[in-house]
Design a protein around this ligand. Sequence first.
Ligand code: SAM
Length: 269
Amino acid sequence: MRAKRNLGQNFLVGSHYPERIVQAVAPVPEDTIIEIGPGHGALTELLTASGASVIAIELDHDLIPELTTRFGLAPNFRLVEADALEVDFCSLLPSATQARVVANLPYYISTPILQRLLTFRHCLRDLTLMLQREVVERIVATPGGKEYGYLSVLVQFYCTAESLFDVPPGAFRPAPKIWSSVMRLRVRPEPGAEVSDEGYFIELTKSLFAQRRKTILNNLRASQSRLGLSDSTQISAALSAAQLDPQRRAETLSIAEIARLANLLANSK
Ligand code: SAM
């Protein structure tokens, strides 16, 4: 089993973790599951055995023959040779299907894949993902701690996020240097706060967290033109209307507070 480091290949081998992950998913035959990076099929085997329809997306051409031989005859299995960073997830699905995503993600691109999945959220129901533990900690973080940042706000705006369990390096071949965690995201029917312009809310969040040590006032001033603001009095006025102390740091802001500020700033543009 030779692993390609440049494709983030750390295969789950010889442990009960594939069972634990699939138990957490609890797939049923009515489910449609998108698996990203099936690799040698450690999760695929259990997912297909559940009777759910499994669509597996694998980039490594060398893994395709093995996956086809093992699962190709199963009527509930479809293999798509593609880059998860380019594939249109929703177009793989029958219309009106809300798919469930399961993946032991390649860590070198785990965050971009996650961000991309969020853009396809309207055809996704939930996502059970294994990532670097440190990234999961950032995603599920709440305001006030040093892990809380842009990624926490972005993911929690669209999903409820829950860390399920940790996985040690020894569960993988080759073993990575770091611990991993499995988390579950459930796509919210509506975003976690009411905003008039989602794109603007996301741009504002990026700006607020641009330099964590700076106050929100200074971060906003630095991004003034990117936020479409012609003068800095608009920033002070919006902060005051949103009842936010300009000296606060972004890591203390709740999603509701950022949304309030986004709506006021978007209106004053
Ligand atoms: N699911 C298997 C397991 O748990 O043992 C393999 C997980 S391994 C961490 C990541 C898998 O993602 C590998 O099979 C790798 O080839 C594949 N992969 C890497 N980059 C990818 C991409 N951009 N799109 C789709 N698959 C990718």
